[in-house]
Design a protein around this ligand. Sequence first.
Ligand SMILES: C[S@@+](CC[C@H](N)C(=O)[O-])C[C@H]1O[C@@H](n2cnc3c(N)ncnc32)[C@H](O)[C@@H]1O
Length: 314
Amino acid sequence: MSTLQINTVYTGDSCELMKNIKPESLSLSFWSPPYFLGKDYEKDASYESWQSLLKTVISLHYNVLKPGGFLVINIADILSFQDENMPRIMGLNPSNRKCAVTKEMILKVKEEHPEFNRRQIATVLKCSEQTIDRRLNGNNIRGGRYATGTHVKLVGGNLEQYAYEAGLFLYDKRIWKKDPAWANSKWTTNTLKAVSETEDLYIFWKPGEYLVNRDRLSSTEWKEWGHRQIWEIPSVRANNIHPAMFPIELARRVIRLFTDEGDTVLDPFLGSGTTAIAAIETKRNFIGIEMMKKYAELAIANIEKAKVIYQNNR
Ligand SMILES: C[S@@+](CC[C@H](N)C(=O)[O-])C[C@H]1O[C@@H](n2cnc3c(N)ncnc32)[C@H](O)[C@@H]1O
């Protein structure tokens, strides 16, 4: 395949297509990968396949970033996935019990009617056979303490290692303070864990000179977010067109902080096209890669609309 062109969306796998980007042509790559949460584009992902995807894509960056260029990854700080090797722990939550039948009540019926089977005991106590089983054996066949354990894993260490192995160095980290992600929460009723309210921006640098251009932002912007670690930006509420869009303001800030007009920005997980739209708006070039045809088409449609709005304003 020939070299990827700027201001173009490509449909395909970044692990392959990134090999066709002109070497040392990018000032910035900004993206948010699959988070391994069971969205439609990651249905078949395992922790191992997720690791391999991130490792491959990060390693391909060394060749395509300019010396002094930046790779900025937006990702939640922890992953959670089922892991057979984890202890099978479940918090006890008595208030969550829908059926008032206790183990003592079952034992009493058994004492009075030793000949009763599980179904008959359930009939007397007006509950399900499953409840009888659960109370007697502590056996929750729908999950709970006998379900495979959940592995909660910090993400930053993996990214830092993959980047380091690729010749890129951790330069900075920002925190995006977003809305609470209830929908993504694997836990609410039976744990004491918090719902995720922040995501990280890991900033990696390819050794080389880079410009510290104070004119990229106004003095108010430098004070309000340029120098600040925590960026408070509302999440994208509507996810009816794509399930995991980041807000355009996040892309705008990263692009304006790390690049100048005319530079080229890559997003190898383009989704609905947010990074490309922010690039158009800020007079940068983009290259977008998206694996799923329906999202690549959506990105192209969104980009066309953005071109009409912003390029007419130039
Ligand atoms: C978290 S979403 C990115 C959303 C995007 N930032 C936006 O605002 O719309 C990740 C995207 O990466 C795509 N994707 C997953 N694996 C990919 C791969 N190997 N190559 C290219 N795209 C991939 C998914 O289809 C999904 O649209």
